[in-house]
Design a protein around this ligand. Sequence first.
Ligand code: NAG
Ligand code: NAG
Ligand code: NAG
Ligand code: NAG
Ligand code: NAG
Ligand code: NAG
Ligand code: NAG
Ligand code: NAG
Ligand code: NAG
Length: 817
Amino acid sequence: MKGLTLVSLCSMFFIFTTSDGADTIAVNQSIIDGETIVSAGSNFELGFFSPRSTSLRYVGIWYKFSSETLVWVANREAPLNDTSGVLQVTSKGILVLHNSTNVVLWSTNTSRVPQNPVAQLLNSGNLVIREANDTNEDDYLWDSFDYPGNTFLPGLKFGRNLITGLDRYLVSWKSTNDPSLGDSTTMLDPGGYPQIFIRVGENIVFRSGPWNGLKFSGMPNLKPNLIYTYEFVYNEKEIYYRYDLTDSSVVTRMLLTNDGILQRFTWTSSTRTWNLYLTAQMDNCDRYAVCGAYGICNIDNSPACACLDGFQPKSRQDWDSGDWSGGCVRKNESICRAGEGFQKVTSVKLPDTRTSSFNMTMDLEECRRVCLMNCSCTAYSTLNITDGTGCLLWFEDLLDIREYSETGQDFYIRLSASDLEPTRSPKRTTRVWIIAICLLVAGITILGFCLLFLMRRRKMKTVARMVSMQERDYSINSTDKDLELPVFDFATIATATSNFSGANKLGEGGFGPVYKGKLEDGQEIAVKRLSKTSTQGLDEFKNEVICIAKLQHRNLVKLLGCCIESEETMLVYEYMPNKSLDAFIFDQKQSKLLDWSMRYNIINGVARGLLYLHQDSRLRIIHRDLKASNILVDYDMNPKISDFGMARSFGGNEIQGNTKRVVGTYGYMSPEYATDGIFSIKSDVFSFGVLVLEIVNGKRNRGFIHQDHKHNLLGHAWKLYKEERSFELINDSLKDTCNLSEVLRVIHVGLLCVQQAPEDRPTMSTVVLMLSSNIALPDPKEPGFFTERKLFDHESSSTKVDACSANEITITLLTAR
Ligand SMILES: *[C@@H]1O[C@H](CO)[C@@H](O)[C@H](O)[C@H]1NC(C)=O
Ligand SMILES: *[C@@H]1O[C@H](CO)[C@@H](O)[C@H](O)[C@H]1NC(C)=O
Ligand SMILES: *[C@@H]1O[C@H](CO)[C@@H](O)[C@H](O)[C@H]1NC(C)=O
Ligand SMILES: *[C@@H]1O[C@H](CO)[C@@H](O)[C@H](O)[C@H]1NC(C)=O
Ligand SMILES: *[C@@H]1O[C@H](CO)[C@@H](O)[C@H](O)[C@H]1NC(C)=O
Ligand SMILES: *[C@@H]1O[C@H](CO)[C@@H](O)[C@H](O)[C@H]1NC(C)=O
Ligand SMILES: *[C@@H]1O[C@H](CO)[C@@H](O)[C@H](O)[C@H]1NC(C)=O
Ligand SMILES: *[C@@H]1O[C@H](CO)[C@@H](O)[C@H](O)[C@H]1NC(C)=O
Ligand SMILES: *[C@@H]1O[C@H](CO)[C@@H](O)[C@H](O)[C@H]1NC(C)=O
């Protein structure tokens, strides 16, 4: 759907003629259809346009370099039928749009009587009416930033002026070709404690959570970055959120789509496309109140919804059938009794604050006391996490809570004495000790196994490969309407692959053999035949296939269809004749075929493909096994990421409950993933960084040998970088043909991706931006796993007993293949 939005936006056409280059319209002057004005820095242009497939005329503002991208429309509800429109500034200081019979279709208004008004299009995209001799921002008679459309530009104050009551909020277009007011809105709601809501019609679809001093509680994506700064202002006069560019060479905007998704785009000038940088809604847990009252959503769990401690489903039957909207109720309904208290709920998005009240000066202890004294107070929390001040108190059911694996906030929920976690009695302590000792013994044993296994594995070339999807709870209904994926019958595929003959076998994937085939119409296919032992239900499998089928991107291998017949489940992919990337970059002869521009194209393509996997707003997929052999290349040497999302179909039942199976390939695995089984999009970023350095250098990270030191490729690259000799990392065959500054930038980005700490690594959207623009790059910190030895040190450290628990055994099991 979002893809569509872009495509259709891009195919709009406009009719306009010359502009005289001015950025102002003076009093009694006008512009007619065909004329435009351009802002002084040439960022924006204002004039008449028609959306695609209509002949209606609107007055709007668009990017000068991308006239398809409208940022503001004046007469959204009153289009002209012809090109007779005239836009004029009157001596009263109002801008009017009228047609040839002088009927006013749209106008601005102002409360002041001006001397000598003038309208000016500023380079920020703001259209202002001001006194000709007064450029002070506070004295504008009118400005378009006060009446935004579907686009939130840098510098716009999104929110309310509490004195005049002016509310600046976004209303989507009706459709991609119809600028009239659509169903989706996003506005800052001052109720309780301010939050941003996105609504489709009357229904809330997303809530940002309250501002906590650093960011919105429910928008972990919003964090300090290279592109823009942001602030939230809340005082007696106004409440607003705004962002401002730090680097004026970068172009970014936020757009509310007509289906209620708030997206941020950045402009990639090299490809002349808008690149989806992030979306407010990341996944299913961001659907407003998806788990009902007192429910908590965790996207890594299956099912995603659970009741908070001390609560149970209101209707067990509904809950178990996947309808969580009824929410949860207290196990013990009798509250406001002696002994009751609060239980801490950690790392979450705070509940809806519309039913809360706050006090900026109280501290947490006072907050607790106040909450305890009032029986209708259900929970409390700190307001400002930077200094721990302020108090938020909730007085109704707690709604829309989700749990984050990385950074969330804490709050305290009221529970009756019987539901509070019992305090530890001495008896219990001994039990804890016994368990701890048992664990320690088990840990040491497992550690032994791990070391043994790791020593063996060093010799092994082939490694466990398996891919999995993070998400497990997309309630995609497998109605036939959704099943757009072609279903092949078994006979067709058997014929295409000459009955799965050995000659047609391309290799053995993680879950069964892969065959080459040719359909009757001549199309070449690759068929993955899945092991029959999989016990997965048919519906579940179908659902997953549908998920994967919805992923369409030019840098992902395309799924053509599937085959589900009796015992057989097979996936049919497009066939890639050029094999995988490892056959090129690590091979002396073949690598000569890949010059720098091809490699650069491959790096950029993989980055975009991965970004798509990470950021498609409804299906956030972590590849978990990105490596050279999983990048296929087509005839034109365009990269296609393969093997994504598969393990979910097959791994699901393999090791029930162990959601932290470590699957992947050594050499590409991030430290936190290999040792602790913690995976996130940042583990993919790490693998991407390794891949980038391999593409530049032509040697594998694992097995890299250098006469001077014992580092692997990452360590080598880091050493060279520190000594400002990154040039030496470049493969000899490239040194003559490459664009040096480009390669050095790529190496720099690669090193940023492989940094030890996940939070230091950029997201893929930043990576894409870094690769495509000249934005200043931060200095990388030390990479993870830069010596082989480090891996051992890490795992044998005694504090990491559980690091080596089930996860490592799983690797052992997997390596058996
Ligand atoms: C603009 O037009 C109005 C009405 O025709 C006239 O009264 C006024 O003097 C004009 N102002 C200027 C600056 O030309
Ligand atoms: C456009 O045409 C429609 C129908 O022909 C008419 O109802 C409407 O008033 C016209 N609007 C304008 C601005 O001319
Ligand atoms: C101007 O707009 C009015 C109101 O929509 C409409 O009735 C009239 O026909 C329009 N005039 C022309 C020339 O389109
Ligand atoms: C003009 O002012 C009126 C009331 O003063 C207000 O309701 C309306 O929204 C304003 N319109 C614009 C375009 O400023
Ligand atoms: C603009 O000019 C008017 C009259 O010409 C004057 O009263 C006013 O003070 C001027 N404003 C500024 C900001 O110079
Ligand atoms: C939160 O605390 C920090 C540090 O004292 C302060 O700078 C900031 O303004 C506070 N934010 C709010 C919203 O009160
Ligand atoms: C906030 O709490 C302090 C201390 O308890 C109190 O003095 C103050 O009146 C409270 N402010 C508001 C707005 O309730
Ligand atoms: C408890 O808090 C609610 C909401 O602030 C208030 O209406 C009610 O009067 C309070 N009750 C007591 C006993 O203070
Ligand atoms: C609920 O809690 C009260 C006091 O905390 C306790 O007396 C009562 O037995 C509890 N009821 C249940 C069903 O646990």
